[in-house]
Design a protein around this ligand. Structure first.
Ligand code: GDP
Ligand code: IMO
Ligand code: MG
Length: 426
């Protein structure tokens, strides 16, 4: 059986964790393919909340092998903490497999992330300051260290010293910052982290292909989202990896023809954490209402999320660049009490209408939204278990999305709990 991709279609926090956990019930392996601990994926199972950063959201299913793919950047200290926290709650992490090719995040990456941000002043990106950008930059510069380097003490120390010669020159000469000590860092990584990480290191590409050959279904879990993608997002207000479905191939070792299902996870409205353009953003009481009802504060950093209406210009782009086979809509319940619900159907700039995402950034930045309005359903959806229980207004809202984008909307989330969803095809 081929692979399924779960990908965010907006600016992250769409509910990828919840739907990965759900779809993982039919999979034997869940692979995180990019990003690092900038992600926060929330699962709510039997009233217990799990906020995952690096460990794939299939971890709660005992039959699933969780895999950290080669496209991920790994802070081993954070990973060990996450494993310990799960173990202390009775969740086994014994089967976790980590690609030896995934890159390591070091304390200097985190330091540089903060320095680049403060250097940008008012133009800052609003990163999570987890060192993600600098770690991917080192990978591209070919001076990064990989998880497999933990297996060779001497090689690790030599590579770290060579890399840190360059890093320390940047720290001291560009930022007037104190140099960092490679001996101390090597000691922590080799003495404290390596013994915990080494048992999990694997040739994950081979593992994944054994699974595919055995006709098992594997799930490729994206972090961040299409509009945070380094190539397809609102550059430079993006992350430093490729969350789009194409990134699922490069970040895991699965070829495109081994994928037959690509689920675009979409919040019923839009949110964004950090700076950057947001055409359908709300600054009024309705926005405040969505923040309150949707608990729109970052899972990871606690920052308040910016909110706005659903944006079909964004979604039509996401549908195409990801080859989505379907959409899953989350948080429909958050719209329960609104009298009027809007959907952004196009942009306007200098009297010109844009149905497709404007290519030029300055048009994107200054465009204003064109909305269609829909009557709200004004009732509680949180217990809806199948399509027939859905009020007509909510059905119309979903149908409008489906018809406008020419893509089916199957799974719909109506609450954070694992069972708070329904399928429109059953
Ligand atoms: P991710 O990063 O895409 O995995 O999403 P996050 O976990 O960062 O943010 C999604 C938030 O919405 C989490 O708090 C989830 O528990 C919650 N959530 C997911 N689906 C639903 C839903 O259908 N309704 C409601 N009310 N909350 C949801
Ligand atoms: P999940 O997987 C929402 C945002 C940051 C910032 C930009 C760059 O939970 O959806 P980075 O630290 O990656 O260099 O920050 O990307 N960002 C996210 N926003 N959800 C995430 O992950 C995010 N990961 C990064 O806020 O704007
Ligand atoms: Mg999140």
């Amino acid at each position: 059986m081929p692979a399924t991709v779960v990908v965010g279609t907006q600016w992250g926090d769409e509910g990828k964790g919840k739907f990965t956990d759900l779809v993982a019930q039919d999979a034997s392996m869940v692979v995180r393919y990019q990003g690092g601990h900038n992600a926060g994926h929330t699962l709510v199972v039997d009233g217990e909340t799990f906020a995952l950063q690096l460990i794939p959201s299939g971890i709660l299913a005992e039959h699933v092998t969780p895999v950290i793919g080669n496209g991920v950047v790994v802070d081993p200290g954070v990973l060990i903490e996450e494993m310990d926290s799960l173990e202390s709650r009775g969740v086994s992490t014994k089967n976790l497999r980590i690609s030896g090719n995934s890159h390591l995040i070091f304390p200097y990456h985190q330091e540089l992330d903060a320095l680049y941000e403060s250097n940008l002043g008012d133009e800052k990106i609003g990163t999570t300051k987890r060192g993600i950008g600098p770690a991917y930059a080192d990978k591209a510069l070919r001076i990064g260290l990989r998880v497999q380097d933990l297996l060779d003490r001497d090689g690790f120390t030599q590579k770290l010293e060579a890399t840190m010669k360059y890093i320390n020159s940047v720290l001291t000469q560009v930022f007037d910052h104190a140099p960092m000590d490679p001996t101390e860092i090597a000691k922590t990584y080799l003495d404290d982290y390596a013994p915990r990480i080494i048992p999990h290191i694997a040739d994950t590409i081979n593992l994944i292909h054994e699974e595919l050959t055995a006709k098992k279904r594997i799930l490729l879990e994206g972090a961040q989202a299409t509009f945070l993608d380094l190539d397809y997002g609102t550059y430079p207000f993006v992350t430093s990896s490729n969350p789009v479905a194409g990134g699922a191939c490069t970040g895991s070792g699965v070829g495109p023809l081994d994928i037959d299902r690509i689920i675009g996870i979409t919040k019923a409205y839009t949110t964004r954490v950090g700076a950057g353009p947001f055409t359908a953003e709300l600054f009024d009481d309705v926005g405040e209402h969505l923040v309150d009802v949707g608990h729109e504060y970052g899972t990871n950093t606690g920052r308040r999320r910016r909110v706005g209406w659903l944006d079909l210009v964004m979604l039509s782009y996401a549908t195409r660049v990801n080859s989505l086979t379907e959409l899953a809509i989350t948080k429909l319940d958050v719209l329960d009490n609104l009298d009027v619900i809007k959907i952004c159907v196009a942009y306007e700039f200098e009297s010109q209408r844009y149905d497709w995402l404007p290519h030029h950034q300055s048009v994107q930045n200054q465009a204003v939204p064109i909305y269609e309005e829909f009557p709200g359903w004004k009732c509680d959806l949180s217990e809806v278990k199948n399509r027939s229980e859905l009020p007509e207004e909510a059905e119309n809202y979903l149908n409008f999305i489906e018809n406008s984008l020419n893509i089916s909307v199957d799974l719909v989330g109506v609450g954070p709990g694992r069972h708070q969803y329904f399928s429109r095809q059953q």
